[in-house]
Write a protein that binds this ligand. Structure first.
Ligand code: ADP
Ligand code: ZN
Ligand code: ZN
Length: 734
């Protein structure tokens, strides 16, 4: 008997081959099985989507030949189907729920099923032969049974391990956990920084796992290597064997091992970054998305999915509870969690609030407080002031008492531009419409867009002037400057202040970030300078002051989400100060967040002063509603890359004019094509067109109908095959 297998193979979204390819096989194969099949001259890994006994499909009268079958080959072509090479049947098939998730993602983000399906599997799995895979699985099984034996031998010597200590939940934590238990969700856990959200996640996971012996939980974080503490807390609570992680910093072999362990139901908890949303978890009962507002949940290449949004979809499909957590939720999630009011039935999410900070010691009466916010009006400072005198004094005092301070400057390198005062030459990148950043440490000019790097010229390349100088300031220069500024300040033991820096440059080498963070935790740094990397979920215990040195840039950005991101960043940063209430009490100190700004009366800073996220959110949402922007409208970007800006833009404008007849077009607006903010990168000109609709359905229909048109235009005189395009649904940066 011959079976036809419709298989998802790694073809790009825009290939002519369509979504699934058909192959023949001599026996039935369950959907979700992995197979190896020939594709062109290669052999690739694929996922079986459907298996049909030949003869059953494409019966006369049901629509005929090739268009009855989803792939290139219809029933009429059955004789010509290529046989699948082999089935990786040592591995249990992927579930129908997993396949639905992949199919939904492909449809929603306008990509091919095969592309999404294969990208969702660990790279090493895609390379293994059936024999190699079977051997791997056997080795795992042997190792597991050996370990089980030695474990049981150990338990019969010693008593069962003591329950790891977990703090007694505070009333706010207990209330949140009660509602989590009683309701189906999805939930938005809106908890201040330091309110103990992690403890709620830990207990929610424990409850889910206790309910069923096969239950699994997925815990997602924005960037795992920034928060090694979190992983440690999960392992400590649940045991190292129960927890596996999945993120791009792991080796291919480690990723495969974690993936397998989740797929086989051995790992009870998967801790991962956005890619983990596609992991195979047959027992999935709970999904936690920590810092749900973080932009890194949006994938920025290939299928540009939002792991947070897919988590909601996946939770509903699989009957798993979903908890989104943040101190500064995305405006989308905030809007979805608005409580019922009058006629308004409220949003789909349940909002759980934990407004209070935890005292370091639950038994003591020391109460954690959010830091006091101080705005420094930079218009009143002498010109070219880097740190105001008052801020300098505050840092000096704290350092002298043995407290730590963080200085946030969201720009790495020494200076963003190097310039010649005589002729006006600037360190432009020859390949991009951007300046190359001056890195003093290795005297290089580096483009942060294309990577092009050169040694700093001795003299101005245009006029020969020897006096070329850095303009502006990055973390490297701030660190150097602080060394000079704090020269006279002494620590309690009379030694000089120790200044550290954490940014993408200082943490490039493997293990460097962990070392830097450990030094801060160990109190070996007095003043830490850094980019947004230092603002993330770190539980610093001795930091009592955080300062944003120069945050104004985002206030007037063309991207309507810039204020939302700035507010989140500043609240997050403030959240690093004064986390240990007992330490503050012992020091007789108060936590402070300083903001140096030229616009101290800006409503964003006023809301920040009150730690009033709801006020900020209401005001932003009112503006968005009035302007018809998300979450009150749905958007997609169509991007075109070409040799010239003109070619890229005319391609997009042609699409808009021909697209006016497409399905859904009546409810969709296409804005004129514009260059991207950085319009040229690595000699490629980039343009984009914003497509917007009040109806998600209409936008989806329009985009689906638009794909063939984009493809046709690309081949036609507009594109000449030289334009590349992509669609970004629910874009995070406009
Ligand atoms: P968040 O994630 O909300 O910023 P964390 O979960 O990191 O906050 O908690 C802040 C601090 O409070 C941590 O050091 C944590 O160990 C501690 N903590 C959390 N819950 C409790 C509790 N119920 N009792 C005592 N300490 C707690
Ligand atoms: Zn010059
Ligand atoms: Zn460049």
């Amino acid at each position: 008997m011959i079976w036809r297998l419709d298989i998802a193979v790694p073809t790009p979204a825009h290939s002519a081959l369509g979504d699934l390819l058909s192959y023949s096989h001599h026996e039935e194969v369950l959907p979700g099985s992995l197979v190896r099949v020939p594709l062109g001259r290669r052999e690739v890994c694929g996922v079986v989507w459907a298996a049909t006994e030949e003869g059953a499909a494409g019966e006369p009268g049901d629509g005929g030949h090739s268009d009855a079958a989803p792939g290139v080959a219809g029933a009429a072509a059955e004789m010509t189907l290529r046989p699948a090479a082999c089935v990786l049947d040592a591995l249990p098939p992927l579930s129908a729920a997993w396949m639905d998730l992949v199919a939904f993602s492909a449809r929603y983000y306008q990509r091919a099923i095969g592309e999404v399906a294969l990208a969702a599997l660990p790279p090493q799995l895609r390379e293994l032969s059936a024999e190699q895979l079977a051997r791997r699985l056997k080795r795992r099984a042997t190792a597991a049974s050996k370990k089980a034996k030695s474990d049981s031998a150990e338990t019969s010597a010693t008593n069962a391990p003591a329950e790891p200590s977990a703090p007694e939940p505070t009333p706010e934590q207990a209330a949140a956990l009660d509602r989590l238990a009683d309701d189906a969700g999805p939930f938005l856990l809106f908890g201040s920084t330091g309110s103990g959200k992690t403890e709620v996640y830990l207990r929610a996971v424990a409850n889910a796992l206790d309910a069923e012996p096969t239950a699994q939980a997925l815990v997602m974080v924005p960037e795992i290597n920034l928060t090694p503490q979190l992983e440690a807390r999960f392992r400590e609570r649940f045991g190292a064997d129960a927890v596996v992680s999945l993120h791009s910093g792991m080796t291919p072999a480690q990723r495969l091992a974690s993936w397998m362990s989740a797929h086989l139901g051995q790992a009870r908890i998967l801790l991962g970054t956005r890619m983990a949303v596609f992991a195979s978890l047959p027992g999935l009962r709970l999904i936690v998305v920590d810092e749900e507002h973080d932009p890194s949940y949006k994938q920025q290449e290939g299928a540009r999915y939002s792991a947070r949004d897919l988590a909601i979809w996946r939770g509903r499909r699989e009957g798993a509870k979903v908890v989104l957590g943040s101190a500064t939720p995305s405006l989308e999630s905030w809007h979805h969690s608005r409580p019922p009011q009058g006629e308004d039935p409220g949003g789909r999410y349940r909002r759980l609030e934990m407004p209070s900070r935890i005292g370091a010691d639950a038994g003591s009466d020391v109460k954690g407080e959010l830091p006091e916010v101080r705005l420094v009006d930079m218009t009143l400072q002498p010109p070219r002031t880097v740190l105001s005198a008052a801020l300098m004094a505050a840092i000096g005092e704290r350092a002298a008492r043995g407290e730590q301070c963080l200085l946030l400057l969201n720009r790495r390198g020494y200076a963003p531009v190097l310039a010649c005062g005589d002729c006006g030459w600037k360190s432009e990148c020859p390949h991009c419409s951007a300046y190359r950043v001056f890195h003093k440490i290795d005297r290089s000019l580096r483009c942060h867009h294309c990577g092009f790097a050169e040694r700093v010229p001795r003299a101005c390349p245009a006029c020969g002037n020897l006096d070329i100088a850095p303009v502006g300031r990055g973390t490297e220069r701030l660190e150097e400057h602080l060394g000079e500024l704090f020269e006279p300040v002494r620590r309690p033991d009379g030694s000089a202040l120790r200044i550290g820096r954490i940014d993408a440059d200082s943490t490039r080498h493997e293990g460097a970030l962990e070392q830097h963070l450990a030094a801060v935790h160990a109190g070996e740094v007095d003043v830490l300078v850094g980019t947004q990397m230092i603002a993330k979920g770190h539980d610093f215990r001795r930091v009592t002051l955080v300062a944003a040195v120069q945050p104004d840039g985002a206030l007037f950005s063309s991207d309507f989400r810039a204020p939302e991101r700035l507010f989140a960043l500043l609240m997050q940063s403030a959240g690093r100060a004064g986390r240990d209430a007992a330490f503050l009490a012992a020091q007789g100190s108060r936590a402070q967040m300083w903001v140096q700004t030229h616009h101290p009366r800006h409503p964003l800073f006023q809301a920040l002063r009150q730690h009033d996220y709801p006020a900020f959110a209401e005001q932003e949402l009112a503006e968005r509603r009035a302007a018809g922007m998300p979450p009150f409208a749905f958007q997609a970007l169509i991007r075109a890359d070409a040799r010239t800006q003109e070619a890229a833009q005319s391609f997009l404008n042609e699409f808009a004019s021909q697209g006016a007849l497409l399905e859904g077009a009546a409810q969709v607006s296409c804005y004129p094509a514009v260059p991207l903010a950085v319009q040229r990168v690595a000699n490629v000109e980039r343009a984009q067109m914003l497509v917007e609709s009040a109806s998600r359905g209409a936008l989806q229909a329009f985009l689906a109908a638009g794909r063939p048109l984009l493809q046709a235009l690309r081949q036609g005189p507009q594109g000449k095959g030289l334009v590349r395009w992509l669609v970004d649904v629910d874009p995070q940066a406009i």
